[in-house]
Design a binder for this molecule. Structure first.
Ligand SMILES: C[S@@+](CC[C@H](N)C(=O)[O-])C[C@H]1O[C@@H](n2cnc3c(N)ncnc32)[C@H](O)[C@@H]1O
Length: 220
C-alpha cells in the first residue's frame, strides 16, 4: 500500500512539470499578482502538502542533513524562511532556543500550528523578500525547497544574510538544475555560489543529494 501511495505522489510530482509554462507566464505578470497566486495555491494545497512532499524521492533525508549542517544548539535563534508546514521548523525547535517560521501562506502556517504544541516556535505570515526583522538577530537562517518558487531569490538571500548575526550560518536547500534541466527555477552550483558570494557570505559548501537536491551552507 505504501509503495502505491509513493508511486502516486511521484506521478503527481512529474505531472507538476506541466505547470512550468504556467508558472513562467505567471512570473511575467509581476510580483504582486504572482505572490497572490502562489499564496492561494498553497492555501488550497496545505492539507495535502506533507503527504505530497514527504513522498518525493529522498525528501525525508533533507531535514536531517540541513539540521546536521546548521548544527543548532539550545542558545540559537533560528529563522525558517518559507517554513511551510514546519517539516524543518519543528525538528529545529526541538534542538534550539527559539524558531521563527515565516511563510506567505496562512494555510501552510495553519497546518504547522495544528501539528505542534511547542512553546518555542513563533509563526509569522510575511514575504521572504521583505523580512520583518531588525539586522543581526538570528544565529541560523534556513530555507528548504522554497527559493525556486519565490520571485526574486537574490533578494531573499540578501534578507537572510541581513537578519543574521555575525558568525551566523545559512543553510538552504534548493533544486539542482544539472539534474532537472527543464525546470527553469532550479540552480546549478556555480550560480548559487555566485549569489552567495556576492551577498557577502563566506565558507560556502555545496552538497548534492540524489536525485535533484542541492544543499548549501555558508557563514557570515
Ligand atoms: C515547497 S514549499 C517549502 C516549505 C518548507 N520549507 C518545507 O521544507 O516543506 C514552499 C513554501 O514557500 C512559501 N512561499 C512562497 N513564496 C513566498 C514568499 N514570497 N514569502 C514567504 N513564503 C513564500 C509557500 O507558501 C510554501 O509554503
Amino acid at each position: 500500500m505504501y509503495n502505491v501511495v509513493r508511486i502516486f505522489f511521484y506521478i503527481v510530482y512529474l505531472l507538476s512539470y506541466l505547470a512550468t509554462p504556467f508558472a513562467y507566464i505567471l512570473r511575467r505578470t509581476g510580483k504582486s499578482y504572482y505572490d497572490r497566486i502562489i499564496k492561494l495555491c498553497y492555501d488550497l494545497f496545505s492539507r495535502f502538502y506533507d503527504a505530497f512532499t514527504l513522498n518525493l524521492p529522498n525528501y525525508s533525508k533533507i531535514p536531517k542533513i540541513i539540521i546536521g549542517l546548521a548544527n543548532p544548539s539550545k542558545n540559537d535563534y533560528v529563522l525558517d524562511v518559507a517554513c511551510g508546514t514546519g517539516i524543518l521548523s519543528i525538528p529545529m525547535a526541538i534542538r534550539s532556543c527559539w524558531v521563527v517560521g515565516l511563510d506567505i501562506s496562512q494555510g501552510q502556517l495553519g497546518q504547522l500550528k495544528y501539528k505542534v504544541d511547542l512553546l518555542n516556535i513563533s509563526l509569522i505570515q510575511g514575504d521572504a523578500e521583505n523580512l520583518p526583522f531588525r539586522n543581526g538577530v538570528f544565529n541560523i537562517s534556513i530555507s528548504s525547497g522554497a527559493l525556486s518558487e519565490i520571485m526574486n531569490k537574490d533578494i531573499v538571500i540578501k534578507e537572510m544574510y541581513r537578519v543574521l548575526r555575525r558568525n551566523g550560518r545559512i543553510v538552504i536547500m534548493t533544486f539542482n538544475r544539472e539534474q532537472i534541466p527543464f525546470y527553469p527555477w532550479a540552480y546549478n552550483r556555480k550560480e548559487l555560489i555566485k549569489i552567495l558570494r556576492e551577498t557577502g557570505l563566506k565558507k560556502i559548501r555545496v552538497r548534492g543529494i540524489e536525485p535533484f537536491y542541492l544543499i548549501v551552507k555558508a557563514g557570515k
